[in-house]
Write a protein that binds this ligand. Structure first.
Ligand SMILES: [Zn+2]
Length: 176
Protein backbone atom coordinates (compact mmCIF):
# COMPACT_ATOMS: atom_id res chain seq x y z
CA UNK A 1 0.00 0.00 0.00
CA UNK A 2 1.10 3.53 -0.79
CA UNK A 3 1.91 6.00 1.93
CA UNK A 4 -1.41 7.74 2.38
CA UNK A 5 -2.07 10.88 4.33
CA UNK A 6 -5.19 12.71 5.30
CA UNK A 7 -5.71 16.46 5.26
CA UNK A 8 -7.46 17.78 8.36
CA UNK A 9 -9.71 20.80 8.11
CA UNK A 10 -10.92 22.74 11.11
CA UNK A 11 -14.49 23.77 11.80
CA UNK A 12 -14.17 26.62 9.33
CA UNK A 13 -12.90 24.23 6.65
CA UNK A 14 -9.39 25.62 6.85
CA UNK A 15 -6.59 23.08 6.61
CA UNK A 16 -4.42 22.85 9.68
CA UNK A 17 -2.90 19.40 9.81
CA UNK A 18 -1.87 16.31 7.92
CA UNK A 19 -2.13 12.92 9.59
CA UNK A 20 -1.41 9.32 8.56
CA UNK A 21 -4.39 7.43 7.12
CA UNK A 22 -4.50 5.04 10.09
CA UNK A 23 -5.21 7.92 12.43
CA UNK A 24 -7.88 9.28 10.09
CA UNK A 25 -9.66 5.93 10.02
CA UNK A 26 -9.55 5.75 13.80
CA UNK A 27 -11.12 9.21 14.05
CA UNK A 28 -13.79 8.12 11.59
CA UNK A 29 -14.56 4.98 13.60
CA UNK A 30 -14.77 7.01 16.77
CA UNK A 31 -17.14 9.44 15.11
CA UNK A 32 -14.75 12.27 15.85
CA UNK A 33 -14.64 13.69 12.36
CA UNK A 34 -16.64 14.18 9.22
CA UNK A 35 -15.12 12.58 6.16
CA UNK A 36 -15.13 15.03 3.30
CA UNK A 37 -13.30 12.94 0.71
CA UNK A 38 -12.14 9.38 0.37
CA UNK A 39 -9.26 8.27 -1.78
CA UNK A 40 -10.63 7.56 -5.25
CA UNK A 41 -8.96 4.18 -5.60
CA UNK A 42 -7.08 3.02 -2.50
CA UNK A 43 -8.87 0.74 -0.06
CA UNK A 44 -7.82 -0.80 3.22
CA UNK A 45 -8.57 -4.44 3.54
CA UNK A 46 -9.25 -6.45 6.65
CA UNK A 47 -9.80 -10.20 6.30
CA UNK A 48 -13.55 -9.71 5.91
CA UNK A 49 -14.06 -6.15 4.77
CA UNK A 50 -12.82 -3.31 2.60
CA UNK A 51 -12.73 0.30 3.69
CA UNK A 52 -12.28 3.45 1.66
CA UNK A 53 -9.42 5.60 2.97
CA UNK A 54 -10.30 9.12 4.16
CA UNK A 55 -7.99 11.72 2.66
CA UNK A 56 -9.80 14.89 3.71
CA UNK A 57 -11.64 15.13 7.01
CA UNK A 58 -13.13 17.93 9.00
CA UNK A 59 -12.97 18.04 12.78
CA UNK A 60 -14.95 20.30 15.05
CA UNK A 61 -11.83 21.94 16.41
CA UNK A 62 -11.58 25.67 16.17
CA UNK A 63 -7.82 25.42 15.92
CA UNK A 64 -6.72 28.04 13.51
CA UNK A 65 -4.05 28.00 10.90
CA UNK A 66 -2.49 31.12 12.30
CA UNK A 67 1.26 31.10 12.36
CA UNK A 68 3.32 31.53 15.45
CA UNK A 69 4.63 35.01 16.03
CA UNK A 70 8.11 33.81 16.71
CA UNK A 71 9.36 31.70 13.83
CA UNK A 72 11.79 28.83 14.19
CA UNK A 73 14.78 28.53 11.88
CA UNK A 74 13.09 25.73 9.99
CA UNK A 75 9.94 27.77 9.42
CA UNK A 76 12.02 30.49 7.80
CA UNK A 77 13.71 27.94 5.55
CA UNK A 78 10.36 26.46 4.53
CA UNK A 79 8.93 29.88 3.76
CA UNK A 80 11.97 30.69 1.63
CA UNK A 81 11.87 27.35 -0.19
CA UNK A 82 15.40 26.60 1.03
CA UNK A 83 16.82 29.28 -1.24
CA UNK A 84 19.31 31.96 -0.36
CA UNK A 85 17.37 35.22 -0.20
CA UNK A 86 20.27 37.12 -1.74
CA UNK A 87 21.70 34.94 -4.52
CA UNK A 88 18.81 32.53 -5.10
CA UNK A 89 20.86 29.38 -4.73
CA UNK A 90 18.97 26.33 -3.47
CA UNK A 91 20.75 25.13 -0.35
CA UNK A 92 21.41 21.80 1.23
CA UNK A 93 21.01 21.31 4.95
CA UNK A 94 24.61 22.05 5.85
CA UNK A 95 24.61 25.23 3.75
CA UNK A 96 21.58 26.81 5.39
CA UNK A 97 22.02 29.79 7.63
CA UNK A 98 19.62 32.32 9.05
CA UNK A 99 20.39 35.93 8.32
CA UNK A 100 19.08 39.01 10.11
CA UNK A 101 18.25 41.47 7.30
CA UNK A 102 18.86 44.33 9.70
CA UNK A 103 21.77 42.98 11.76
CA UNK A 104 21.32 42.43 15.45
CA UNK A 105 24.02 44.99 16.13
CA UNK A 106 21.78 47.56 14.46
CA UNK A 107 18.66 46.62 16.36
CA UNK A 108 17.37 43.92 14.00
CA UNK A 109 15.08 41.44 15.70
CA UNK A 110 14.22 37.75 15.47
CA UNK A 111 11.00 38.10 13.47
CA UNK A 112 9.36 36.84 10.30
CA UNK A 113 10.02 40.21 8.68
CA UNK A 114 13.69 40.41 9.61
CA UNK A 115 14.88 36.84 9.07
CA UNK A 116 15.73 35.19 5.78
CA UNK A 117 17.47 32.06 4.59
CA UNK A 118 20.97 32.76 3.40
CA UNK A 119 23.89 30.78 2.08
CA UNK A 120 27.05 30.87 4.16
CA UNK A 121 28.85 32.97 1.57
CA UNK A 122 26.23 35.72 1.29
CA UNK A 123 25.83 35.77 5.06
CA UNK A 124 29.58 36.33 5.50
CA UNK A 125 30.00 38.95 2.79
CA UNK A 126 26.95 40.89 3.90
CA UNK A 127 28.28 41.10 7.43
CA UNK A 128 26.83 44.19 9.15
CA UNK A 129 25.32 45.66 6.00
CA UNK A 130 21.66 45.68 5.04
CA UNK A 131 20.90 43.89 1.79
CA UNK A 132 17.51 43.71 0.14
CA UNK A 133 16.33 40.09 -0.03
CA UNK A 134 15.59 39.38 -3.69
CA UNK A 135 14.49 35.75 -3.60
CA UNK A 136 12.01 35.77 -0.77
CA UNK A 137 9.28 37.93 0.60
CA UNK A 138 10.14 38.26 4.27
CA UNK A 139 6.63 38.42 5.61
CA UNK A 140 4.76 36.38 8.13
CA UNK A 141 2.78 33.82 6.15
CA UNK A 142 -0.88 33.51 6.99
CA UNK A 143 -0.22 29.90 7.84
CA UNK A 144 2.73 27.64 7.72
CA UNK A 145 2.04 24.11 7.18
CA UNK A 146 5.34 22.59 8.15
CA UNK A 147 4.12 19.09 8.62
CA UNK A 148 2.23 19.23 5.38
CA UNK A 149 5.27 20.45 3.54
CA UNK A 150 7.31 17.62 5.00
CA UNK A 151 5.00 14.83 3.84
CA UNK A 152 3.76 16.34 0.63
CA UNK A 153 6.49 14.91 -1.56
CA UNK A 154 5.42 11.39 -0.65
CA UNK A 155 1.77 11.97 -1.44
CA UNK A 156 0.33 10.30 -4.54
CA UNK A 157 -1.13 12.27 -7.45
CA UNK A 158 -4.74 11.33 -6.82
CA UNK A 159 -4.55 12.61 -3.26
CA UNK A 160 -2.87 15.79 -4.46
CA UNK A 161 -5.68 16.51 -6.90
CA UNK A 162 -8.29 16.12 -4.17
CA UNK A 163 -6.32 18.20 -1.67
CA UNK A 164 -5.92 21.07 -4.13
CA UNK A 165 -9.61 21.81 -3.82
CA UNK A 166 -9.17 22.51 -0.13
CA UNK A 167 -5.95 24.45 -0.12
CA UNK A 168 -5.11 28.08 -0.62
CA UNK A 169 -2.47 29.60 -2.84
CA UNK A 170 0.72 29.10 -0.88
CA UNK A 171 -0.19 25.57 0.10
CA UNK A 172 -1.02 24.65 -3.48
CA UNK A 173 2.28 26.03 -4.60
CA UNK A 174 4.01 23.53 -2.36
CA UNK A 175 2.13 20.72 -4.09
CA UNK A 176 3.45 21.43 -7.56
ZN1 LIG B 1 23.65 33.37 -1.26
Amino acid sequence: MKKLFCLVLNRAFLPFDVIPWQKAITLEWLGRCLVIEHHPTEKVRSPSQEFPVPIVIRVSSIRSTVVMDRPTRMMIHYRDNFKCAYCGKTLRDHELTIDHVVPRSRGGRWSWENLVTSCIQCNRSKNQEIWIPRYTDPVKPRFLFTKYLRVVKGVDLETREVWKKHLSGLQKKALS
